[in-house]
Ligand binder design. Structure first.
Ligand code: EPU
Length: 420
């Protein structure tokens, strides 16, 4: 078993370059199945979710050629299977995008139940509602989701909840449908916009991504023959911003889109951190004093992202005063608080609310990552704590952060991955 061993109390200082966005990459790879041709995808993060996705695409008949560490060329002309087995799809959540793209291109998809972080109930009723509105029959049984359609015909779909996954999946199914699909009450996250931009680059006609309503004018074919570069990861950038504040460090965060970081920058300033937006792509974050208490509520973009809630929880655990976090997206995203309490934090979490009484210091302990972002949070906690922290369950962290310990080490952290 691997673990990270962190010798703490290091102010993180230096530069970090942000990788391509995980949640865009895991949607763009299946979206490429809609292309009946060749496409090149650049700024692909080197993370385990991407590797599994490329394995699945290869199983389906796609040809994957690596051009360099972060760029692939995909040839999806000879897809010969619509069936993705559960042992691969259950490893991550975003396998559900195979349904939208295979259904859209071939009128048939069979996908094993998606897995992913255990954050509470993760229904996909809105995805299914969208596929059915377009004319598909969807069956969920025996651990598989099967969707079939003679023809997909454009229609209006109103999403009852703002869902990243449903927005992207219905968009994928609509790209090659006959006529126009209007999807209302959609998610506006940067990765939703990125998937629409990728598809448009390959020949789709999607308008309105980034607003509440997306309109997809169906086209006959996506020709591809183009290169697309994945957007920088807003959550990875936010993770390092919060690490700078928690460790009272000074980090230049390179290759990010500062516009996407506004909800986080606002909270960093409220806590007493300092920010210098150098241009649209780079931001410096520093903090010389103990952060101040704040309250946050997680919300769909442009609200404060749930995927940064655990990392923010670490900062508030050592802030001055009592902070309150309201988690409005996932019902089980406070599992990390028990681990932080082992390190001396004083957090009481119940239902959707955590009350955090800031303590002056954390102390190293063995801790277990319950999910991806909990893992990132525990690394930040280890860097700030007195003594040695051991972080276990690294497979969660490796799903979504590229070279995480190397990036922290470059900032001065004393962190090693060791085999136990
Ligand atoms: N929901 C429904 N029905 C649906 C779909 C969603 O009720 O059909 C509910 C969910 O239960 C949740 C809310 O709607 O309460 C939002 O869920 P959403 O569909 O937006 O989440 P997701 O697409 O499954 C993506 C990210 C998550 C991120 C959420 C929210 C991917 C692969 N995953 O999940 O990322 O937390 O959006 O922004 O894009 C992570 O990266 O650590 C992570 C968990």
């Amino acid at each position: 078993m691997e673990k990270l061993v962190i010798n703490g109390r290091t102010p993180l200082k230096g530069e970090v370059t942000i990788s391509g966005a995980k949640n865009a990459a895991v949607a763009i790879l299946p979206a490429a199945l809609l292309v009946d041709g060749i496409c090149t995808i650049d700024n692909l993060p080197n993370i385990s979710d991407v590797k599994i996705y490329l394995d699945i695409l290869t199983d389906l008949g796609a040809k994957v050629t690596w051009n360099n560490e972060h760029e692939i060329t995909l040839d999806t002309r000879n897809i010969n299977s619509y069936n993705s087995p559960v042992e691969k799809t259950s490893k991550f959540r975003a396998s559900y995008y195979l349904i939208g793209s295979l259904l859209g291109r071939f009128g048939h998809a069979q996908v094993g139940m998606p897995g992913g972080c255990k954050l509470g109930a993760r229904p996909i009723d809105q995805h299914i509602k969208g596929f059915e509105a377009l004319g598909a029959k969807v069956d969920v049984s025996q651990g598989k989701i099967t969707a079939t359609a003679e023809d997909l015909v454009g229609t209006s779909v109103y999403l009852d909840v703002v869902s990243v996954g449903a927005t992207i999946n219905v968009m994928l199914a609509a790209v090659l449908a006959e006529g126009t699909t209007v999807i209302d009450n959609v998610a506006k996250e940067p990765h939703v916009v990125d998937v629409a931009n990728f598809l448009n680059t390959m020949g789709a006609d999607i308008r309105g991504a980034g607003t509440d309503v997306i309109k997809v004018n169906g086209v006959k074919k996506l020709e591809g023959n183009a290169t697309y570069s994945i957007v920088p990861d807003q959550i990875e950038a936010g993770t390092f911003m919060l690490a700078a504040v928690a460790s009272r460090g000074n980090i230049l965060i390179k290759n990010c889109i500062t516009k996407h970081l506004e909800p986080i920058m606002a909270k960093v300033v409220e806590m007493g951190g300092e920010i210098d937006e150098i241009d649209g792509d780079n931001v410096r974050v520093w903090c010389n004093k103990r952060p101040k208490k704040i309250n946050i509520k997680t919300l769909p973009y442009p609200g404060f992202p749930t995927d940064l809630q655990p990392q923010m929880g670490v900062v508030l655990s050592i802030a001055e005063g009592t902070s309150i976090i309201n988690e409005s997206i996932w019902e089980s995203r406070f599992q990390y608080t028990e681990e932080l309490n082992k390190m001396g934090a004083k957090i009481s979490a119940q239902g959707k609310t955590a009350v955090i009484d800031g303590v002056p210091d954390l102390y190293g302990a063995p801790v277990y990552a319950s999910d991806l972002r909990a893992g990132a949070a525990l690394i930040i906690a280890g860097v700030c704590a007195n003594g040695v922290t051991e972080v276990y369950n690294l497979e969660h962290i490796d799903r979504g952060y590229e070279n995480i310990e190397q990036k922290f080490r470059n900032l001065g952290a004393n962190i090693e991955r060791v085999e136990e």
